[in-house]
Every structure is written in structure tokens, then in C-alpha cells.
Design a protein around this ligand. Structure first.
Ligand SMILES: Cc1ncc(COP(=O)(O)O)c(C=O)c1O
Length: 451
């Protein structure tokens, strides 16, 4: 009975998979927030180094991973694939449940897979400092680590409610050498505008993005770095799915369903896109994104052009959105509180290649606790949405008298999220269903563009 499927260091993927090269219809163009015309590489140059802009727009199906990046990834990659024997036993399911564990990275999640790549290309382009936002702190600590490795200063705008809920994430970022501010701040015009309107605002990922973008755009030596959503970020994460494909071969199985939680889309894309390639080539595999009912971007949002941030400074992209002015309730899965989604994932949902489902947070914590008590890993609250979906898939298969092979991405551990577990055990967590009227209201805030 094998529990872990491990690959050698020399099996770290040598290429990222770029699904843009395989899509049958091209994605909608990214639009300039001012002119509302398609952006050019030069428009993006104040924010990103040219190598990443090229990756963002490339139609090359496989992009080589530089050796310098593979060497850093080797600190924790290839990450293990586990068969969840104990969870299966506890559920009494006949299905086979596998999980790819990204919590073995320096920050404890999948985020360093792209942080390392982004820091590398920025350092190579002579950039001195990176500005970014973070929700739960996973992304900020990942970029802080990667910045240190390649000699870059890192400034993090951390969503205020998370800054208060997760003080040790801030300590971690500082240990890795970053400076951290609770967003909204009075350092930027974007932050001051929000503070004037609502001094007690919890902050949101959308506001923190506005602040980081403004910081980068107004300093010559500084670029902006985003931990999710963008094409190149999703592509950097495909090392997860590419490794998982090799590990499933070692297990002698192929998944019926591949699951990831969904915030901005990067860990889901990371595990699912290599399998989406198989699906486009005729394989029978379902791809399932799991999100919170309190921020139901894919399941209740509209597929429309919208800004990536709150203030309307970022390019306009076609994605599932709850409206850029969406203010999420302070749910504990901070990394899933984003109004938009990766345009790539949105397109796959719209094209029928990817399914989405939403779960309330209490049911996800219940699944997380079952998982912790069987598999011995305390999951990040974000990842618990994928666990909940995997358990539901197994239960459904049992009810149908079927045996399914279920693969999910355990995107991170929850060692910095124990206050959220405390709140769950104390019965203090509330479920929240984002109302349909709020979605309809949000529609009125979308930028007017000629589709
Ligand atoms: C552990 C973990 N999983 C998932 C997410 C959601 O982000 P994404 O949808 O980009 O993977 C986050 C975001 O911070 C996270 O920290």
C-alpha cells in the first residue's frame, strides 16, 4: 500500500505549460483602463519586466524554465503526491483520493512557484524593488522569500483585516526581509481615497492591488508583482499539474476529477491546466474549481470586462466578476476574497471545460478538521474548499455505486490560520451567502467597453 509518490529533483519540469497556445478560440484582449483599447507591451512596461509581459501574451505551448529558477524550486520541489488512505477509510468510500501537497514550500503554499520566477525575471531586468499586495499573507511571504533570494527589496500592502487576524504572517514577511503595511494606507492616492470614504474599512485585495500598482507606477526602480490571476502566474503554477501527471502514472491511475480551490485562480490553474490539455485531446476528466459562497465569483459572478482592482487603475480584462467595488465579508479564507478570477480560468468555465462549485465556510472547516484528524496535515482555510469538494465527490460516487479517482490540490498548510480554527471550534464562524441583488448591483459598476 503506497502512501507517497515522489519524484527525483531532476524530474522538476523543464517547461511550463502555456495553455494559451492550445486554446481553440483566442481569449479576449486585455484593455487599457484609460483608452479602453487593447493594451500593448509598452503599456504594461511600467509595471512588469518585458520577459513576463512576453510570457503573458505568448502563444508558445511550452516555455523553458531557466536553470536558476529550477535550482531554487529544488528546495521543495517536486512536491509529494499522497494517497489519502486514512481519509478514505474514515469516509468509508470506495473511491481513491489523491492530493498534491504544496504546503512543503518555504511559505507553506503554492505561491513561491511563481514568486521565484517573477523575482528572477525582475532581478535580471535590473529592477531594485517589488511592490505587491497580499490577502492572507501567503503571497506576501512568498514574494518576500523570493525577493531575498534574488536581491530585491519587497514592499507588501496587506489587506487590513488579515494584517490584524494574522500577525505572524507579517512577522514571517519581515523575517524574509520585506516591509509590510496594513492596506488601505495613507501612502498612496488610492489608499487615501478609500480612507476618506470609510476610515474603518476592512480593506480588500482590490484596494491593496490599487496601492501596490500605484507604488510601482510612481517609482522608476520598482515594478509590480501579482500572486494570482494573470496568465503568466497561472503558467508558472503548472509545475504542480505536470508533476502530478507523472506521479499519477507512478500510482498507475488517471483522475476522473481534478479539484482546486479558487481565489484568483492560480493554484487551480496550476493543477488543472495540464489536465485541461489532456481533456482537449479527448481524455475524459472533469476539472472542478471550489470557491466560498461568500465570494462566489465563478458560480454567481458575471463573465464581463472589469478592472482587476478597486480603484480602476489596472487593465480591464474579461473574467467572472462580482464587480470591482465588491467588498467581501471578513471570511477566514482570506486568499479567496477576490472579486475577479483568472481570465484563463474564466474562459475555460465559459467554454464548458471547467466546472465550479461554492461551499459555505463552516462546512469547509468541518472537512478540514476531518482531513487533519486522518491525514495529519492542518490545511489552509483556502485549501479546505478543495477538500470539501473532494469529499463530496467521493460521497456522490458511493451513492452512485461507482469508484472514482479523485485528485485535489492541497494548496497550503494552515499553521498561521489557527485563530480561524479557534473561531470555528468556538462556534463563532458565520456562513454568508452573497446575495443575488448585490451581484446585480455590481453589474452597474462595470466599465463600459465595446466588446
Ligand atoms: C493556501 C492558499 N490557497 C489558495 C489561495 C487562493 O489563491 P489562488 O486562487 O490564486 O490559488 C491562496 C491565496 O492566498 C492561498 O494562500
Amino acid at each position: 500500500m503506497t502512501t507517497k509518490y515522489l519524484l527525483r529533483e531532476d524530474q522538476i519540469p523543464r517547461h511550463w505549460y502555456n495553455i494559451l497556445g492550445d486554446l481553440r478560440s483566442p481569449p479576449e484582449p486585455v484593455l487599457h483602463p484609460g483608452t479602453k483599447k487593447p493594451v500593448t507591451p509598452d503599456d504594461l512596461a511600467p509595471l512588469f519586466p518585458m520577459a513576463l509581459i512576453e510570457q503573458e501574451m505568448s502563444a508558445q505551448k511550452e516555455i523553458p524554465i531557466p536553470e536558476e529558477i529550477r535550482e531554487v524550486l529544488a528546495k521543495w520541489r517536486p512536491s509529494p503526491l499522497f494517497r489519502a488512505h486514512a481519509l478514505e477509510k474514515k469516509l468509508g468510500t470506495r473511491s481513491h483520493i489523491y492530493y498534491k501537497y504544496e504546503g512543503v514550500s518555504p511559505s507553506g503554499s503554492h505561491k513561491p512557484n511563481t514568486a521565484v520566477a517573477q523575482a528572477y525575471y525582475n532581478a535580471k531586468a535590473g529592477v531594485k524593488r517589488l511592490a505587491t499586495e497580499t490577502g492572507a499573507g501567503q503571497w506576501g511571504s512568498s514574494l518576500a522569500f523570493a525577493g531575498q533570494i534574488f536581491g530585491l527589496a519587497v514592499t507588501v500592502y496587506m489587506v487590513k483585516i488579515s494584517y490584524e487576524q494574522k500577525p505572524y504572517r507579517r512577522s514571517m514577511m519581515q523575517t524574509f526581509g520585506a516591509e509590510v503595511f496594513a492596506s488601505q494606507t495613507n501612502r498612496t492616492n488610492a489608499g487615501r481615497k478609500i480612507l476618506e470614504a470609510d476610515a474603518a474599512s476592512n480593506g480588500s485585495l482590490g484596494i491593496a492591488i490599487s496601492e501596490a500598482v500605484e507604488d510601482a507606477a510612481t517609482h522608476d526602480d520598482t515594478k509590480y508583482s501579482l500572486g494570482s490571476v494573470l496568465n503568466h502566474v497561472c503558467m508558472h503554477q503548472t509545475v504542480i499539474g505536470l508533476e502530478a501527471q507523472e506521479q499519477m502514472k507512478l500510482a498507475g491511475e488517471y483522475p476522473d476529477v481534478v479539484i482546486g480551490c479558487h481565489g484568483g485562480g492560480s493554484n487551480f490553474a496550476g493543477i488543472a491546466l495540464p489536465f485541461a490539455r489532456d481533456k482537449m485531446n479527448g481524455k475524459d476528466v472533469r476539472l472542478l474549481a471550489a470557491e466560498p459562497t461568500s465570494c462566489p465569483t465563478l458560480t454567481k459572478g458575471v463573465y464581463a470586462f472589469d478592472y482587476g482592482d478597486t480603484v480602476g487603475m489596472t487593465p480591464i480584462v474579461k473574467m467572472h466578476t462580482l464587480g470591482h467595488e465588491f467588498m467581501p465579508p471578513g471570511i477566514h479564507a482570506g486568499g479567496l476574497r477576490y472579486h475577479g478570477a483568472a481570465p484563463l480560468v474564466s474562459k475555460l468555465v465559459a467554454d464548458g471545460l471547467v466546472e465550479a462549485i461554492a461551499y459555505p465556510q463552516k462546512a469547509c472547516f468541518e472537512a478540514a478538521v476531518t482531513f487533519a484528524r486522518t491525514e495529519g496535515i492542518i490545511p489552509a482555510p483556502e485549501s479546505s474548499h478543495a477538500i470539501k469538494a473532494a469529499i463530496e465527490e467521493a460521497r456522490r460516487a458511493d451513492a452512485e455505486g461507482k469508484t472514482r479517482v479523485i485528485l485535489f490540490n492541497l494548496s497550503g498548510h494552515g499553521h498561521f490560520d489557527l485563530a480561524a480554527y479557534d473561531a470555528y471550534f468556538a462556534g463563532k464562524l458565520e456562513d454568508y451567502e452573497y446575495p443575488k441583488e448585490a451581484v446585480e448591483r455590481a453589474l452597474t459598476t462595470l466599465p463600459l467597453v465595446q466588446a
